[in-house]
Design a binder for this molecule. Sequence first.
Ligand SMILES: NC(=O)c1ccc[n+]([C@@H]2O[C@H](COP(=O)([O-])OP(=O)(O)OC[C@H]3O[C@@H](n4cnc5c(N)ncnc54)[C@H](OP(=O)(O)O)[C@@H]3O)[C@@H](O)[C@H]2O)c1
Length: 246
Amino acid sequence: MQKVLIFGATSAIAQAVARSMVARGCDVFAVGRDQRKLDALVADLRVRGGPGRTIGFACADLDRLEGHEALYAQAKGALGSIDVVLIAHGTLPDQRACEASSEALLAAMHTNATSAIVLASLAAAQVVDGGTIAAIGSVAGDRGRQSNYVYGAAKGMLALFLQGLRNRLAGRGVQVLTIKPGFVDTPMTAAFERKGPLWATPERVAAGIVRAIDRRRDVVYLPWFWGPIMLVIKHIPERVFKRLSL
Ligand SMILES: NC(=O)c1ccc[n+]([C@@H]2O[C@H](COP(=O)([O-])OP(=O)(O)OC[C@H]3O[C@@H](n4cnc5c(N)ncnc54)[C@H](OP(=O)(O)O)[C@@H]3O)[C@@H](O)[C@H]2O)c1
């Protein structure tokens, strides 16, 4: 039985992962910022898990880096050991606001990059040998575009950090998984027109995350078609790319 710790557990994608993990018999420790959403998630997971299943939780703002170690200690206290860590929290910053305000820029980088990499770094000492550290990046992290390069840069930093961590932990058999979703219909994208073949449900992306953990993947694009799309986008020469309205 796997013991799973999820940061940003109230995210739509993470909730779907948590439900799937509980359905396959895992114990789950959920860390979320919004107590009301966390209570609803934990109640739901406890019903799904039934008696004998451990569903622990902690309410925390993950921007507060000084609280991260205590969260791992709490999770370990509840679960006994940690097989899988999923880092899922994030924000979609207003690009224009970040261009106008250094404060907004740093806040976006802090939540999407610094906070996530500090949690991933600490995970190295917490997860069992052969375990998994997974974090949700984004296809936006593959190339800087004028419409969202602050978010993209943060996710790109996370991806590069995970690449190094993967290299460091390979000898211990720890899987370090970089998850790169495309457009997902969640509260984060509520302001978008969410129709069309490129949009996926959080359940579809969650199923892909669980499958990628099972298959010990290093990097996964979700849904799969974002892999070829980003391959093309990454190979457009910079002298052409810089003139595109993307
Ligand atoms: N939706 C997409 O199209 C898409 C595409 C690529 C990647 N992603 C990534 O997927 C992940 C999950 O996002 P989602 O789409 O599921 O959106 P979501 O439902 O809006 O989830 C975002 C979650 O992050 C949490 N969060 C933000 N800042 C936090 C903080 N300082 N401390 C603790 N929790 C914090 C939010 O908590 P509250 O509930 O308290 O606000 C929320 O639960 C994110 O990393 C996102 O960047 C999403």
